[in-house]
Design a protein. Structure first.
Length: 276
């Protein structure tokens, strides 16, 4: 049997994040070969991942970041099983390293993000390594990017909710962007304006409105009119520009924006909240 020193074990632990005993066993199995031991740890991580695939990973962190020119923004969600792990600085730091890579590379989608190299391994391998070290299911479940003349991020304290807002021009008052990003986080709009609401959502709301009116005993020939009225209320409550501003419900978000700059508007947004 190869002579396994404590220094070798510590080195392997630093490289893989696995437990001390797991590192020692991997080095013994690899007969002291460091690269083989790393591969053993990685394979073990994949095994742990497959064993925990059916577990619920509903905790985690939601993080957002913008590029240095503020024209691009990204959001990621890294899930785990328990709030204890979600609050662990090591877990948060791992999520932040993925976020930093995402804003640098701006991959097209989640699968492309997982293939990017984070240090000497892909993000996907790094996740398996974290699973082996922590013993919980970990999943990079969400990634979205946004581009605009200016992007404003907001992360709610606790890292459970975040938003990105794209604006059509560079702000002269940064507080305006922060206010709108907080509005998105708090009020969960479905679209920027009513003309951007997907048709399937409109159809669903019309049907709901008709069913409600029918149960209230309204005549069949006016159900459509009633449903359209309810749809207009839905647009007011669930489209960002038409929502009441949470800091001043006497004005809409559109009015708030135009008070600051008559040409200012929102071009897009991203929002994600754990346990929404």
């Amino acid at each position: 049997m190869a002579d396994i020193s404590s220094a070798d074990v510590v080195k392997l632990r630093k490289s893989t994040g696995a437990g001390m005993m797991d590192c020692k066993k991997a080095l013994e199995e690899a007969k002291g070969n460091f690269d083989k031991a790393v591969e053993i740890i990685r394979k073990k991580g994949q095994l742990v991942a497959s064993k925990r695939a059916d577990r619920e990973a509903t905790e985690g962190v939601v993080l957002a970041k913008v590029s240095s020119d503020m024209k691009s923004g990204v959001m990621i969600v890294l899930n785990c099983e328990t709030d204890f792990v979600a609050k662990n600085q090591g877990f948060i730091s791992f999520a932040e390293s993925i976020l930093d890579l995402a804003i640098t590379k701006l991959p097209a989608n989640l699968e492309e993000l997982k293939k990017l190299s984070l240090g000497d391994k892909t993000i996907a391998d790094g996740i398996n390594q974290q699973i082996a070290a922590i013993g919980e299911k970990i999943d990079l479940s969400f990634y979205e990017k946004l581009s605009a003349a200016q992007i404003v991020p907001y992360i709610h304290p606790g890292n459970k909710l975040a938003s990105l807002v794209g604006l059509n021009k560079v702000l002269t008052n940064p507080q305006v962007g922060k206010d709108v990003a907080m509005q998105v986080a708090a009020m969960d709009p479905v679209a920027v304006d009513k003309n951007q609401v997907p048709q399937n959502i409109i159809d669903k709301e019309i049907e709901i409105g008709k069913d409600q009116a029918r149960r209230e005993g309204k005549p069949e020939d006016i159900l459509e009119k009633i449903a359209v009225g309810k749809l207009n209320k839905f647009f007011k409550e669930k489209t960002l520009l038409n929502q009441e501003f949470i800091k001043d419900n006497k004005k809409t978000i559109l009015q708030y924006l135009q008070e600051n700059d008559k040409d200012l508007t929102v071009t897009g947004f991203v929002r994600y909240g754990l346990k929404d």
